[in-house]
Design a protein around this ligand. Sequence first.
Ligand code: PLP
Length: 282
Amino acid sequence: SVILYNDSFLMREQGKVDMEDRGYQFGDGIYEALRVYNGKMFLLDLHMKRLERSARELRLDLPYDTPHLVDRLKTLIQKNEMNDGYVYFQVTRGAIARKHRFPEKKIDCVLTGSVEATPRDEDLHPDGIKVSLLDDIRWLRCDIKTLNLLGNVLANQEAYEKGADDAILHRGGIVTEGTTCNVFMVKDGTLITHLADHFILNGITRLFVLGLAEQLGIPVEERTFTTEELLNADEVFITSTGVRVCPVTKIDEHPVGDGRPGPVSQQLLDAFNRAIVKFIAE
Ligand code: PLP
């Protein structure tokens, strides 16, 4: 496959990064992952806005401006002749002799991007998924989409070893998000999800689903909720670029509601799929 390396296109085998790259040594970098439908990037502007915000928060100068980056990503998709899949890219602060503080002299960022073809499915998990409820041991700036994902990695692995598909994380009994997704619960017809503060990543899918809920007249509360509320919810679902809207039907050994995907989750997934059909046709 063809990859993006700074401003050039290379074959995947040629993409090599310096051993003193700060992304490699410190996780000092940021990333984005977007869904591609029919060769077009979905919710592109929101992803680019979030990237710019992540860069500002880490005081990282992006190697080039957003329109140019978008152009490079479009070319990357074309060069790989990809219709449906993902584009992933990341930017690190660059390579220099290892020191925690920022480099004193200006060094070049390292940008790498790649694609992964994946067919488009209407419903990835028709029976819902099982999750494990785990402690959120991550740092206090989960709102920045950084390469530092060890807290997410460890929880995802622990969930996997417990026979679950993902983990839902909580800080002292307050539900935050999943290891790769945001978490929503439904109680008495109201959609509840953690507010977008420093404890969660403000998912682009989360924002899109909140918009769909508004259009569908589903009441929404962006507030903290407890693990107890989660376990007593009528429905629980996760959102991410990868899964869109995915029902959670089991939390450890507790079935959610009647143990089947619920009507609100289905209604949102249907609306989501209609929006994708419209996006493809545009
Ligand atoms: N929360 C975390 C920790 C994530 O890693 C992700 C996506 O990778 C999300 C939420 C969902 O974000 P998005 O909807 O932008 O994919």
